[in-house]
Design a binder for this molecule. Structure first.
Ligand code: ARG
Length: 457
């Protein structure tokens, strides 16, 4: 098997080096993009008068045949041909003869690989965006079903203030919406064609880069041929967007794992999404959620590995850049699987309202008791201290706020009147938070309506 670049060499490549330098074992995933690119490049060469109409038609036909063979698993990629680009080119030459050798005119693998990669990322981002949309729909469905369920909101993992459970689900819906915007930010920068940049300096054939960009469906082109071939910032943007989604999924997983413990018992996961223990017969483990949480680590790792790969590279292309692909593929595969897994979990999640609702007189009313005094004219700091003393007293008595008499309350502040007792109801406390984005019923219903409208539901 001849290598396209073998002319300059007087020795056969060491077998170990072939194995060490090859990328086809993973970049064969770019085969479809590579062929799409080849087809556009042929049109560009035709327009530039480098190929005749007849030659172009012949090359196109055989490339489409090759694509068909690849899709149907009939194509044998060979490691001694290094990467997906040389494998496809060599096969084309094998099928059409010498003319196939014209395909690579006015192109280098340096602009070729960047083009394939950008096409691949565009497709993958669209898939992620649609999976995220599905996930947000599950969250909105859960939010609609839990408007009247009150749960404690925790800060520092200590009970803070009562909220509607819908509010919690809407928070994650919002995060996954920002994640879509982060992906689309990456998309906008990826959506530019590097083709026609050559190895580094541009191309000496009269090829029309704007035409090629348009043929490939890119919104614009990467203007500078050095930047186009030297950088992988667009891969970093993609890896970062995936890492943030992974972080959000991991935190959601952590909450649900905690909430499904016997200690919390707020939610129940369906059996079909859990696994058992090989020794403890009673166990039902939330492994799917644990793995989503765990996979955030590799998403961070992939981002860090590419950042490190890029930092000391001399401008422009270096073979190190070949190492960008495995982290990229891994992050895209991982994030797609994690979003799907979380959607499944949310679909099967049941909420145990009997367990979530805080009791009448829960200390989470404390902020509202302080605000009650503020409304009667005393400064917030003083009100905070009065209620702090009250809480300490109730704890020392082994009681709850619900056990207090008006007389005991008045000992702490004469401003307390009978109407203060309604503030011990967590539902009322929640409904007092009517600000935009807050937890009151009317505001939550409004937020759900907006979310549904935005998602076309
Ligand atoms: N497989 C290579 C990569 O992924 C393609 C570009 C190789 N270019 C080169 N001049 N060796 O980066």
């Amino acid at each position: 098997m001849h290598k396209p670049w073998e002319g300059r060499f007087r020795e056969k490549t060491e077998e170990f080096v072939e194995e060490f330098t090859q990328s086809v074992s993973f970049d064969s995933r770019l085969a479809e993009e590579d062929i799409i690119q080849n087809l556009a490049h042929i049109k560009t060469l035709l327009k530039a008068g480098i190929l005749t109409e007849q030659e172009a038609l012949l090359l196109e036909k055989h490339l489409l045949d090759i694509l068909q063979d690849i899709k149907e698993g009939r194509f044998a990629f060979r490691k001694e041909l290094e990467d997906v680009h040389m494998n496809i080119e060599a096969e084309l030459i094998k099928r059409v003869g010498e003319i196939g050798g014209k395909l690579h005119t006015g192109r280098s693998r340096n602009d070729q690989v960047a083009t394939d990669e950008r096409l691949y990322i565009k497709k993958a981002i669209k898939e992620c965006v649609s999976l995220l949309k599905n996930l947000r729909r599950e969250l909105i469905r859960l939010a609609e079903n839990s408007v009247d369920i009150i749960v404690p909101a925790y800060t520092h993992l200590q009970r803070a203030q009562p909220i509607r459970l819908s509010h919690y689900f809407l928070a994650y819906r919002e995060m996954f919406l920002s994640d879509e915007q982060r992906l689309m930010n990456a998309y906008r920068l990826v959506d530019a064609s590097p083709l026609g940049s050559g190895a580094v300096a541009g191309v000496d054939f009269p090829i029309d880069r704007f035409f090629t960009a348009q043929e490939l469906g890119f919104r614009s082109l990467v203007r500078n041929s050095i930047y186009a071939t030297a950088d992988r910032d667009y891969v970093l943007d993609t890896l970062y967007a995936c890492a943030v989604i992974g972080m959000h999924l991991s935190r959601l997983s952590e909450d649900l794992i905690l909430w499904s413990t016997q200690e919390f018992g707020f939610v129940e996961l369906p059996d079909r999404l859990c696994t058992g223990s090989s020794i403890m017969p009673q166990k039902k483990n939330p492994d799917v959620l644990e793995l989503i949480r765990g996979k955030a680590g590799r998403l961070y790792g992939n981002l860090m590995s590419l950042l490190t790969l890029l930092k000391g590279l001399p401008t422009a292309y270096n073979r190190d850049l070949q190492e960008d692909k495995e982290p990229l593929f891994d992050s895209l595969d991982t994030i797609k699987a994690c979003i799907k897994a979380m959607s499944l979990v949310l679909e099967g999640l049941s909420v145990r309202a009997d367990r979530t609702t805080p009791p009448f007189g829960d200390f989470m009313s404390a902020t509202d008791l302080a605000n009650y005094l503020v409304m009667k004219g005393i400064p917030f700091r003083e009100a905070h201290r009065v209620v702090g003393n009250l809480v300490a007293y109730v704890i020392s008595q082994g009681k709850s706020l619900a056990d207090l008499s008006i007389k005991e309350l008045k000992d702490f502040s004469p401003l307390f009147e009978e109407d203060v007792f309604e503030l011990l109801d967590p539902r009322i406390v929640a409904d007092r938070r009517k600000t935009y984005g807050g937890t009151s019923k009317q505001e939550i219903l409004r937020q759900i309506e907006i979310a549904k409208r935005e998602e076309g539901l």
